[in-house]
Design a protein around this ligand. Sequence first.
Ligand SMILES: Nc1ncnc2c1ncn2[C@@H]1O[C@H](COP(=O)(O)OP(=O)(O)OP(=O)(O)O)[C@@H](O)[C@H]1O
Ligand SMILES: [Mg+2]
Length: 634
Amino acid sequence: MDNKNPFLEQEIDIREYFRILYERKWLIISLTIVLCTFSLIRSSMLRPVYRARAQVLIERETPRILNIEEVSPTEFKDRDYYETQYKILKSRSLAERVNKTLGGYQPWDNWGGRRKAKENEQKISDESRARALLGRVEVKPVHKTQLVEINVEDVNPKMAAKIANLWAENYISYVLDTKYEATQYASGWLQGKIKGAKANLEKSELDLQEYRKQNKIVIDSDERTSMLQQLFQKKAELEITLSENLEYYKEKHPEIIGIRSELDSVESKIEAEKEKELYTKDKEIQYQILKRDVKTNREVYEALLSRIRETEVTGGLKATNIRIIDKATVPRGPVRPNKVKDLIIAFLVGIIGGGGLAFLFNSLDQSIKTPEDIKNYIRLPALASIALPKEDDREAKPEFITSQKPYSTISEAYRSLRTSIMFTAVEHKRKTLILTSSGPQEGKTTIAINLAIVMAQAGEKTILLDCDLRQPRVEKSFDLNIGNGLTEVLAGKEEIDSVIHKTHIENLDLITCGSIPPNPSELLGSRRMDEFLQKVEERYDRIIIDSPPVLAVTDAVVLSGKVDGTIVVVKANETNRNAMLKTKEILESVQSSNLIGSILNMVETGKTGGYYYYHYYGKYGKYGQKHKKQEQTT
Ligand SMILES: Nc1ncnc2c1ncn2[C@@H]1O[C@H](COP(=O)(O)OP(=O)(O)OP(=O)(O)O)[C@@H](O)[C@H]1O
Ligand SMILES: [Mg+2]
């Protein structure tokens, strides 16, 4: 049911993360301390660096005094325009200009400060000075505005401000200069055009003059028409005067004669003019063409002339769209080294990096550490966690902790193991249990003895069998010197009764290994062994068997087929996952092995931070102890 509860799983995951971090806390702490110390040393060794800031406004629109655009060769889009300006602000030529105005920039570095002027006077070229200067200038457009920040860093605060201001000023003059150059170019081009236009105009005027001379055109046809009109008018007037005078005078009257002769002369003039007009009609057309040429040429010439005047005026005006909004002031405090910020960064890097390393090492570490590891990687139930004894429990032998320190947290863990064994299979009693492990020295004997003790303490008639026929240790643990044991029974030399020994613990009997046989696996797999187990089972409620490790010899595997339950001991932080998987595979290959689960042994409670069960055992252990003391006093 637990496995299906997502919240519980999540909680276990988080606890698992904490465990990993807690386990490598010294790695994290020492990395953090080293980094922080390093950061402090670095901060104290670095030269203080100051940053000055000037702000420049670049307006997109050039103030249009006159329409100069038409002669400027390029049209920019907005973004391109600004990108270009930023590039100019970060250009080497601008740096060179500033370097020149400064009279030679002296480079510096974070550790040594400004280089001595005399030492390097000859060595450093202007180009590398400009490059060094460029490296200390940052151009930062202010978002969503037409402002640009010019940030300059220097070891001398006054110098920083000076450079920032010079940078802005030189930028403006640089832009103006390029603009002026463009104007110069434009007016040069216009000058050439004007020259041509002027020549054209002069030529067309000369042509007209020549034509006039050749064809004796003194007055042009327009004048002639008006002259004819005048003559006609005069004629009409004379005729009116004549008709009026004829009412008073006779024909021969000198007045009349005078008018008539005048009329005649006017008429003859009209005739003459008419004739002239007819004569000049052809030439007139040619004349008009020439005249129009002159007119057009004059217009072109005048237009160009006015344009060049405009261009020159604009060039001379030096109108600009760039202004300094904020001049740089001398910065009060340094921007670097920022001790607090650097320390915080070092601290965070230490914590995060240390945490990362902890997880890395954890993933590289293939040992089983927690009951969760047993569940997740081995897919076996974790029946109990047996801790390494704490200081006050150390006086007891680990094998007898349950009898010597029955109220310790460790004894509580053994009792809890007993409970889980008793109740895991209600319908099928786990009467005979074997304890094994994948490798040596993982605590099989220790746990077997303690488990037998707690079973006996629960009132069950229990017997402990030392079936580790290779390195038997039970006899020694009980400080006995018996001699005959299981080997002798299996060899038919002894009866069961003669090898059963009572122990100092009530309800607990014992059969030792006896002499070490040459063929343990065969003995343990024999029919005699089956018979022996049967007889023992008849007499006892619980049989606990100690055995050798699975991956070393096959004894435990042979035995596991003859018992009701197999328990594998895992040494915390040591038993390898793969070794454990192999052990599980081997044991499961035996049909009736009844693999119940695992016990995590020698858990370092300090290391895992007591996250697991010890926390609770501790409480109950003490509770029990109190109870006991009360009982004793009453
Ligand atoms: N929970 C424990 N607390 C303290 N010490 C322990 C614990 N479990 C085992 N030990 C110690 O570890 C050592 C090995 O234990 P033990 O002999 O029980 O392991 P084993 O698996 O039976 O070894 P072998 O493979 O040699 O039979 C012993 O010195 C024992 O005292
Ligand atoms: Mg042993």
